[in-house]
Design a protein around this ligand. Structure first.
Ligand SMILES: Nc1ncnc2c1ncn2[C@@H]1O[C@H](COP(=O)(O)OP(=O)(O)OP(=O)(O)O)[C@@H](O)[C@H]1O
Length: 248
């Protein structure tokens, strides 16, 4: 098997007396869509934040494409090919869909000099339009992002995360608050993106149907530790998981 895109080893993180993440280790390989599930408070967000450098783990190692990312800032992670979406939308509501996506691309690509002296769109309009077409948002290209439905804004959010052509994208509850019709479209587009680009995804999600149909492998956390790992079918049938989570 190829070297992992993401490798985490023995990650530990406590808040005061609470051991939020207890010695979690796993690898994620190119093209995998890994789901991270678990009850509320099981440590999913803390682990995500340790991977993304927003929290410093108390112990353990995180590597992306073989390189340790300890102490890296978000912009450095971007340059290394790591994108993310947030639980809360990160679109600018008073800007058009197109401008939001161009801006996301500029954040990923732009240096101070290229922003001062380069083309105003940093040559990103074509790429942004392809991304808009990919997510089937062309009819909304010039609308203010804030006027779109919540589900449509989630698609814009994902398009923004993909503008840098990342090799790894961490998606934080992509299905949260999205209605059923939009959800199947969103899932289908994420799967298509993964298939076309071989991009690796790690997804935190509470919506079981969404996570089971999107992910190729699932890791279950409970009280900060991994309690199960396997294919969606294996996880559905795992009694420990049913007891800790799915049966609840
Ligand atoms: N900044 C913090 N300060 C103190 N305790 C925290 C902090 N962040 C998380 N925790 C605690 O760490 C534990 C894990 O929380 P975390 O948010 O990582 O879980 P989660 O699985 O993402 O939950 P949810 O599904 O509800 O988002 C919880 O007990 C939580 O209260």
């Amino acid at each position: 098997m190829s070297d992992p895109v993401l490798s985490i080893r023995n990650i530990e993180k406590s808040f005061g007396g609470i051991r939020a993440v207890r010695g979690v280790s796993f690898d994620v390989h190119k093209g995998e869509v890994l789901g991270l599930i678990g009850p509320n408070g099981s440590g999913k967000s803390t682990l995500f934040n340790c991977i993304l450098g927003q929290l410093a783990p108390d112990a353990g190692e995180v590597s992306v494409n073989g390189r340790s990312v300890a102490g890296m800032r978000a912009s450095q992670m971007n340059r290394l090919g790591v994108g993310r979406t947030f639980q809360q939308l990160s679109v600018f509501p008073k800007m058009s869909v197109l401008d939001n996506i161009i801006l996301a691309g500029q954040e990923h690509h732009g240096t101070m000099l290229s922003r001062l002296f380069g083309a105003p769109d940093a040559g990103l309009t074509g790429e942004a339009e392809r991304m808009i077409a990919f997510f089937r948002l062309t009819h909304l290209r010039d609308e203010l992002a804030g006027s779109l439905s919540y589900g449509q804004q989630k698609l814009v959010d994902a398009a923004m995360a993909f503008m840098a052509g990342p090799s790894l994208v961490l998606l934080d509850e992509p299905a949260g608050g999205v209605n059923l019709t939009m959800l199947s479209h969103f899932k289908e587009r994420l799967s298509a993106y993964n298939a076309e680009h071989g991009t690796t995804f790690v997804v935190i999600e509470h919506n079981m149907e969404f996570v089971m149909s999107l992910c190729t492998r699932i890791i279950v956390l409970a009280e900060g530790a991994v309690i199960a790992e396997g294919s969606p079918d294996e996880i559905r049938a795992n009694q420990t998981v049913i007891d800790a989570y799915l049966g609840g």
